[in-house]
Design a protein around this ligand. Structure first.
Ligand SMILES: [Zn+2]
Length: 215
């Protein structure tokens, strides 16, 4: 059966594609890096994941590919097309399987790498005490700690996609995870919420990098 993307998903894809082009201008996607996805709101068995190796300045809603959670394969309509979803598709799928996220953003922004280096050899980077933490869903006070799971970079994405699950499930407040020397994954229940969470992380990374360097 041909895969028809619903009007609801189409509208979300347009919204996210526009955000991808914006994030590209802000340094999140050097050299075609980074990947983005949506949980389909009308086909519960699939996610819509960005196509590999696309210059993000030219990214459009046509650059999302439907991928099944179960098989981790693209819909048959797309398999013969020579198009390929992101190399990191498995990580997106794992996040959807264990959280309420409907949108996942993966950025290679430099500050995420530098921030993770402040927490070398630690399983989590802990952030605390900043008013902007209230930009995260459900957070009402600056006076708490949020642990961001940190992982070593690897090309074995299938194993990493399994490794992240207990680390995310073990935290009450989950908004993102860091890959050392690589970047950050951020998620939210909508495109707007994921964008807001990314902005919170960016701000907090800058704060730590500027105030706590060398500690
Ligand atoms: Zn990446």
């Amino acid at each position: 059966m041909p895969f028809n993307i619903s009007a609801i998903d189409q509208a979300e894809m347009q919204k996210l594609a526009s955000l991808v082009r914006l994030l590209n201008t802000l340094g999140h996607n050097p050299a075609t890096s980074g990947n983005y996805s949506l949980r389909s709101l009308t086909s519960p068995e699939i996610a819509l994941v960005s196509e590999s190796a696309i210059d993000k300045s030219k990214f459009t809603e046509n650059n999302f590919l439907p991928v099944y959670y179960q098989t981790r394969q693209m819909h048959p309509d797309y398999i013969s097309s020579n198009r390929k979803s992101s190399d990191e598709t498995d990580i997106h799928l794992s996040i959807y399987q264990i959280t309420n996220a409907n949108c996942v953003l993966h950025s290679h922004m430099l500050d995420a790498l530098l921030f993770a280096d402040l927490f070398k050899d630690e399983s989590f980077a802990t952030i605390e005490g900043l008013e902007l933490l209230k930009g995260f869903k459900g957070i009402k006070t600056h006076d708490l700690k949020i642990n961001i799971p940190c992982f070593e970079n690897t090309q074995d994405i299938a194993s990493l996609a399994e490794l992240i699950k207990p680390a995310i499930l073990g935290q009450k407040n989950n908004y993102g995870l860091l890959l050392r020397g690589h970047g950050i994954y951020v998620w939210g229940e909508s495109v707007e919420e994921a964008k807001r969470h990314l902005e919170v992380f960016e701000y907090i990374f800058k704060y730590y990098l500027n105030s706590k360097r060398g500690l």
